[in-house]
Design a protein around this ligand. Structure first.
Ligand code: HEM
Length: 399
């Protein structure tokens, strides 16, 4: 049911081969190592300079993850750039706002007409103007970044990044398609991981005994050495902290809309062609029928053989099926064990769709999907929009 055609298949293959698949992630290892070193140094400096002051984690995480996303996407972190179409030089913070913050805010803006499709003819000018401004600023900045990068290629600088790959391997893409693909890689890796990390730190600080358990595990495995990616598979409690944080605080609480191209029956519900369906992952992950005391942040629920590798993905935090998150490997890094990797790779290449996936086989998953639809129907004004609206889906859009 999700949009999935030859174009989509090809671009997913491009991003996995060049940037986010297992081999590509090994090639980009160096960028992550540099990022981790830099984060550690910054925290140390902050603590040493102001021992009694709170440390602003968000600022450091956001800035470093943005740098990582730029290196992977266009081969270089940047301090500023001249944007011809805006006639001005933008600082790194301004670029971050235009490429990441504004579109995120735009994504949660609600056009009230979606809930009353028969009133679609009424103009909503302020909404449209805001989105239009956001689009054109984003486009101007992306064009400037790509132009700058092309200059570096012309000077013979050897760079290994997503844009290089697209320029050499995907020369049938239009400028607009290229721009959207590069921008998506930037926004998706800049925000999600920072949000999860921030919530994990918040929960650990509220639960000192869990913080202590994690600290002990790290001490036992790494001693006073750095935690490196190859050691992550030996840190099950850290993995449980990560998955429990995804469950309770998923950075993508509602999976991107699925579009019904034809009439369908799902879980006893009739879905008319032309509908858009939103799945409320947050609602599923807070369902008392599926999770014990879901409001509690309790990493232990993922430990002691209570769940197998597949269950780690029961949270559906990375979506599923053909449109499953392409960056899940990077987000989890090498943290998952081989079993988990296999599950993830299956999800990444699976030909099924998230909706069919959650409606399939096990009683657990049918419970999950029923919840999704109950939410969908009971609360459709607030959470899920099942709207008879044909959305412009000419470009590949993840969020
Ligand atoms: C904890 C971190 C992350 C979470 C929870 C997350 C979650 C998601 C979700 C729920 C989707 C939609 C899946 C669906 O529709 O079924 C998605 C799509 C996507 N994500 Fe992530 N993501 C994370 C990190 C990343 C990172 C680091 C990248 C790297 C660039 C990334 C790249 C993508 C891409 C390219 C898609 C679009 C896939 C498609 O439409 O086929 N994500 N993500």
């Amino acid at each position: 049911m999700s949009d999935y055609n030859e174009y989509y298949k090809t671009v997913k293959r491009h991003i996995l081969t060049s940037t986010l698949g297992s081999n590509a992630q090994k090639r980009h290892h160096i960028h992550r190592d540099i990022m981790i070193d830099s984060i550690t140094k910054q925290f140390r400096t902050l603590v040493e300079a102001h021992p009694s002051e709170a440390v602003n984690f968000r600022k450091v995480f956001q800035s470093e993850l943005f740098g990582l996303s730029l290196k992977q996407a266009i081969g270089k972190d940047i301090e500023s750039i001249y944007v011809e179409e805006l006639g001005t030089v933008l600082s790194r913070d301004e670029i971050f706002k235009i490429l990441v913050i504004d579109p995120m805010e735009g994504a949660i803006e609600v056009d009230w007409r979606d809930f009353f499709p028969y009133l679609k003819w009424i103009p909503n000018r302020s909404f449209e103007k805001r989105l239009q401004q956001m689009y054109s600023r984003r486009e101007a900045v992306m064009k400037a970044l790509i132009k700058e990068h092309m200059k570096r290629i012309a000077f013979g600088e050897e760079i290994n990044c997503y844009l290089d790959y697209l320029v050499s391997e995907a020369n049938t893409l239009t400028e607009q398609q290229m721009l959207m693909l590069i921008w998506e890689a930037i926004i998706e890796s800049s925000d999600t991981t920072a949000v999860v990390t921030e919530w994990a730190m918040y929960e650990l600080s509220r639960n000192p005994e869990k913080q202590n358990r994690l600290y002990q595990e790290i001490q036992n495995i790494c001693g006073f050495d750095k935690i490196t990616e190859d050691k992550l598979c030996k840190l099950p409690y850290l993995s449980a902290v990560f998955h429990e944080t995804l469950r309770k605080h998923s950075p993508v609480p509602i999976v991107p809309l699925r579009y019904a191209h034809e009439d369908a029956q799902l879980g006893g519900y009739h879905i008319p062609a032309g509908s858009e369906i939103a799945i409320n992952i947050y609602g599923c992950n807070m369902d008392k029928k599926i999770w014990d005391c879901p409001e509690e942040w309790n990493p232990e629920r993922f430990l002691d053989g209570k769940n197998d590798s597949m269950d780690l993905h029961k949270t559906m935090a990375f979506g599923g099926g053909k449109r499953v998150c392409a960056g899940a490997l990077q987000a989890m890094s090498q943290e998952i064990d081989e079993g988990g990797k296999e599950v993830l790779m299956r999800l990444l290449v699976d030909q099924t769709d998230l909706l069919s996936l959650i409606f399939q086989s096990t009683s657990q998953s049918s419970q999950i999907c029923t919840t999704a639809f109950i939410d969908l129907h009971a609360d459709d004004l607030e959470i899920a929009s099942l709207v008879n609206k044909v959305k412009d889906s000419t470009h590949f859009s993840a969020f």
